[in-house]
Design a binder for this molecule. Structure first.
Ligand code: BGC
Ligand code: BGC
Length: 799
């Protein structure tokens, strides 16, 4: 923390009063029900140790089959962001329900010797609607819901999401995220509701009630509801913008900010809590007994289960993915161990047998799992496909749910500038430009069908969804106006006004971490410049997972709207932007910033707009004067082609020969249309941070740079791994027509990354870099960057 002192103090104060309110009255978690506890006692008495351990292990559906389930009897399982039934991320909803049934049957098949069979529960990241499922309603991400700041809306979204999850037979949502993101360079800022703990507290609890129902009422955890998860406990938003980082400071202060949303959400009945990947003052949360047990259990009286995050236990010092008694001893109840469950199961069983883990601790963890299952009524619920909402496919993306999402979009828009171009007259001729205008994947962000979102997703993956452009077109057409889609901003007839939809491309987790607050969308900026020069009144609509330094865009546009990541219902934007035929508003702006807006791109930026800012038609916002240059630390000396994700504005294309037309390969994953390569992800240093590029036949993979660089003074730096399947040879060269010189990559990389001065590759100015192979070959790429070199080092024979 430590930025913008005054305003942080204010937040701390409001959180402090909140903490005071619950410190006296401990949260009212539904009191232990003696009947349930007695049932647990009876179950525990009849369970074998191996089956108790299995209750504590949560594998991913990409690595277990129903047969594995029948054999081991896991307590739960998940689908990670990239997993779908049968290995298909885009499997139809019926395939999800069928898998739920198969796992149910396997886990509840009778066991010998009267041992109770305990049905498994399925957890999924439904973080903005049931977002792994094609056709589901995609609600705005939390960053937007924080701006809407409407507790009742949260409850309704939670209930709609629960219903859509229940349609597919899934039991458990890994939501809501209660992170209080204090540095929006963090790639998960969009999963955070606000930098203000009081606002997160106010909105998190009703989301829990929406997902689970309200404790003490008949609907609680019934067949229309699912189990909720508070995540990531705790301090995930305090790591200085670094995903999985360290949150530091006096504990009392950290609790005032980052723990504050938990008591009300626990009081709302939340049944599960997920431990954070991050650390507090250097200690990894997954092994943190003082906080997982001391604070969460003893002080907050949470009595549900604590689940780990994706191999989070393996990050605890002394642990691996397959061996981590310290996490259990610290208070973790369920290991999320997507792939390495066999090993972890075997070691944990052995450690329970040899006394490393006391049996009482195992029983306590199993008790919590069973308590959640009994409260959820699992033993009385029918097979997933027979439950109340199961298979009601028309509930997925139902008109009611879509209308609710549209309302949420409307309420979350924040107006940062309006010189009078808004509202658009409904009879106007409007040009709609920008990469984000007609792209549902882009407007939905990460955690959308796939983990990272974007990439290879197309309109076909979003049946029933409406793009921002389509929403505008519909509203204008209805009143006699027109919307012309023109991604590059060109127009034949002069429009009355333009809407430019620009901003960030989707990302998830660390792939979205940024060294500064700069927006890297040169194309959007160029469009705004062009329309400004042409004197077209222009509305800038920013799609982003966070506030960003947008001084230049704010200055160029006549109106500026932060639209966040609105999801599948683009009409919500048109509702507010398009007025009636007399240009009177139909809906006003009511969204208010849930995070301050940075005045510069530096990490210590003072606010340009404070928390809570946002204008309306009645009260247009005051636009501050901002410095139009980004004096960021020297990270700009590097041009990233690929590092975890493609560099900003880098475009990848594939060809069989230099003479063929290039085939785009968005996000550097999947197959090109000409069948030259197949690209998949692999784990180099973190999940899915590498790309395995497999040539099926001869061809070239080109990375076009956003702008040409002089060869002199620059070098290409490549990190890669040896691949046993690689024939070869793979060559690297500059991507230009007459370029003669290429270099062969050594099959096994050296210890240091390979460094090739660009001057060695031929042209004086380099517009791109290409990798080529004469036939079958594999390159396991970890990163490719262009760095500035000091001193004009000549291209020697050694290079
Ligand atoms: C999974 C995600 C998970 C991530 C962890 C991915 O492979 O699909 O669900 O969150 O790894 O880093
Ligand atoms: C994320 C969690 C998510 C889990 C399962 C992790 O990488 O941090 O938020 O619930 O994966 O996909």
């Amino acid at each position: 923390m430590g930025k913008a002192g005054g305003h942080c103090r204010l937040l701390a104060w409001s959180a402090a009063s909140l903490m005071a309110a619950w410190a006296t009255a401990a949260p009212a978690q539904p009191a232990a029900d003696p009947a349930i506890e007695a049932r647990i006692d009876a179950l525990l008495a009849r369970m074998t140790l191996p089956h108790k351990i299995a209750q504590l292990i949560q594998p991913d559906i990409s690595t277990i089959t129903p047969d594995d389930m029948r054999r081991y009897r896991f307590g739960s399982y998940l689908n990670g962001g990239n997993s779908g039934p049968g290995g298909n991320d885009k499997a139809p909803p019926a395939a999800w329900l069928a898998l739920a049934d198969a796992m149910w049957d396997a886990s509840s098949a009778p066991l010998p010797d009267g041992e109770p069979a305990i049905p498994a529960i399925w957890g999924t990241d439904a973080v903005h609607g049931h977002n792994n499922i094609t056709g589901a309603t995609l609600f705005p991400h939390n960053v937007a819901l924080g701006a809407a700041d409407d507790p009742a809306l949260m409850r309704r979204i939670g209930a709609a999401t629960a219903a859509e999850i229940a349609v597919t037979g899934i039991d458990w949502a890994f939501a809501p995220t209660l992170a209080v993101a204090r540095d929006t360079r963090w790639g998960r800022s969009y999963e955070s509701l606000s930098e203000d703990p009081a606002r997160v507290a106010r909105l998190g609890a009703p989301m829990v009630e929406g997902l689970q129902g309200v404790p003490g009422t008949p609907g609680w955890l019934d067949q229309h509801h699912v189990i909720a998860t508070l995540k990531h406990f705790f301090g995930d938003g305090g790591t200085g913008g670094i995903d999985r980082g360290d949150t530091t400071g006096p504990l009392a202060e950290l609790e005032r900010v980052h723990l504050a949303p938990y008591p009300p959400a626990i009081a709302a009945g939340a049944q599960t809590v997920m431990a954070s990947f991050s650390s507090i003052n250097g200690a990894k949360m997954h092994g943190n007994r003082a906080l997982l047990t001391g604070v969460l259990r003893d002080r907050l009286h949470f009595d549900g289960l604590v689940v780990g995050d994706w191999n989070g236990h393996g990050l605890v010092p002394g642990c691996t993915n397959t061996d981590c008694a310290p996490a259990l001893l610290a208070g973790l109840d369920v290991f999320m161990v997507p792939e390495d469950w066999r090993g972890l199961y075997a070691t944990t069983l052995r450690e329970a047998q040899d006394g490393t883990i006391p049996l009482a601790r195992i029983d306590q963890a199993v008790r919590r799992v069973l308590r959640v299952k009994l409260r959820y009524g699992l033993f009385d619920k029918p097979r997933p496909a027979q439950r109340a909402l199961a298979g009601q496919w028309d509930q997925l993306g139902s008109p009611d749910h879509r209308a609710l999402a549209r309302e949420a979009v409307r309420k979350s828009l924040v107006l940062l500038k309006n010189d009078g171009v808004l509202p658009l007259r409904a009879t106007a001729r409007v040009l709609v430009a920008g990469r984000g205008a007609d792209d549902i994947a882009r407007q939905s962000g990460g955690w959308t069908i796939s983990w990272q979102g974007g990439g290879t997703l197309t309109k076909a993956d979003f049946p029933g969804a409406t793009s921002l452009y389509a929403g505008l077109a519909e509203a204008l057409k209805a009143a006699g106006g027109t919307a012309e889609l023109s991604p590059d901003g060109r127009f034949a007839t002069r429009p009355d006004a333009a809407v430019v939809v620009f901003g960030e491309a989707p990302y998830a987790e660390y792939a979205g971490d940024s060294p500064d607050h700069a927006l890297h969308d040169g194309e959007g900026l160029a469009l705004l410049r062009k329309l400004h020069a042409a004197h077209v009144p222009t509305v800038a609509v920013l799609l982003s997972g966070r506030p960003l330094w947008t001084a230049r865009e704010l200055a160029l546009a006549d109106a500026f709207v932060a639209a966040w990541l609105p999801g599948s219902e683009g009409e919500g934007l048109a509702d507010v932007l398009v007025g009636d035929a007399a240009a009177r508003p139909r809906f006003d702006f009511t969204g208010r910033l849930a995070f301050h807006w940075p005045a510069t791109c530096r990490d210590d930026a003072p606010p340009a707009y404070a928390l809570g800012a946002g204008g309306s038609y009645a009260a247009p916002p005051h636009v501050p004067a901002l410095v139009p240059v980004c004096a960021a630390p020297a990270t700009t000396a590097t041009t990233v082609l690929f590092r975890r994700v493609l560099g900003d504005d880098v475009v990848v294309s594939v060809r069989a020969t230099a003479a063929d037309p290039p085939q785009a390969l968005p996000a550097l994953v999947g197959n090109d249309a000409a069948g030259v390569v197949n690209v998949s992800t692999f784990d180099a240093r973190a999940q899915e941070d590498g790309r395995r590029i497999e040539w099926r036949k001869a061809g070239l993979v080109s990375f076009a740079l956003p702008r040409a660089l002089p060869a002199k003074g620059h070098a290409l730096v490549i990190e890669y791994q040896a691949d046993p399947g690689s024939a070869g040879p793979i060559r690297v060269g500059a991507d230009c027509a007459g370029c003669r010189i290429t270099r062969v990559l050594p099959p096994a990389p050296g210890r240091a990354p390979l460094r090739i001065p660009l001057a060695c590759l031929g042209p004086a100015r380099v517009t791109g870099v290409r990798f080529s192979a004469p036939g079958a070959a594999v390159l396991r790429l970890i990163s490719a960057t262009i760095v500035t070199t000091h001193g004009a080092r000549a291209c020697s024979a050694g290079h």
